[in-house]
Design a protein around this ligand. Sequence first.
Ligand SMILES: C[S@@+](CC[C@H](N)C(=O)[O-])C[C@H]1O[C@@H](n2cnc3c(N)ncnc32)[C@H](O)[C@@H]1O
Length: 236
Amino acid sequence: MLDDNLRSAADSFAAQYEALRRLEGWTEPSGREDPDGGQPRLWKGRLRSVSEAASMLRHEWTSGSQPLVADIGSGGGWAARFLQPAEVLACDLLDVSPGSATVTVRADMRRLPIRSATLDAVLYAASLHYAPVEIAVSEAARILRMRGLMVAVDSPIYQDRQSQAQAVARTAAYYSGVGYAELTDHYHPIGSMALRQALEECGFAIERFEIGSKRHLFGRFQRRQPTSFVVARRIR
Ligand SMILES: C[S@@+](CC[C@H](N)C(=O)[O-])C[C@H]1O[C@@H](n2cnc3c(N)ncnc32)[C@H](O)[C@@H]1O
């Protein structure tokens, strides 16, 4: 679902991104990102966040219904296992083979091949920061039906511009240190004010807004692992 220009940029991103995730230990031997195959110490926090997001969403759904959810920036698509009984559309720039999701689409979160007002929920697990926040939020608002929920977990969100700029510098140094400097262009650490503003302007009511991080070691590089949790409902 990518045009030729986007596909060639996506291929170049995917080659570097997949090599890095393998190096860091997130993937199965096949290269697929999945908690069942990667290093448990890396996946622990993500599993907790996605499991909490899924149980919150299940509370929303009436029994017998089959909601439609997009897992955006889905990686290996494993979150679909947590989102049952929903039908899950897994969208990612990577060319991922169908896993647990109902449908897998290679697509860009900035322009998703999904009709307006069709989804009950959108989930961004550690992925919202891979596009400028105003664009990602506006696209989420477009595809959600009225009262639908946007849930974003584990993206870096910063209170002020200085920490945001420091995060970019830290990440650029990390990517260049491991030999994948071009990935820096895809990293858009989120400003908390910018996110709040984008949500409000796009017709969302914010229901939960938590931001934080903890230190995490990847080999000899020390990085902060984000633990944010944001829930917003489309109300107009
Ligand atoms: C940190 S990973 C998280 C993957 C998965 N959600 C998980 O929790 O395992 C971020 C994902 O966002 C994807 N991504 C990056 N830029 C994207 C874009 N513009 N559109 C769609 N997906 C994108 C990456 O390919 C990657 O799979």
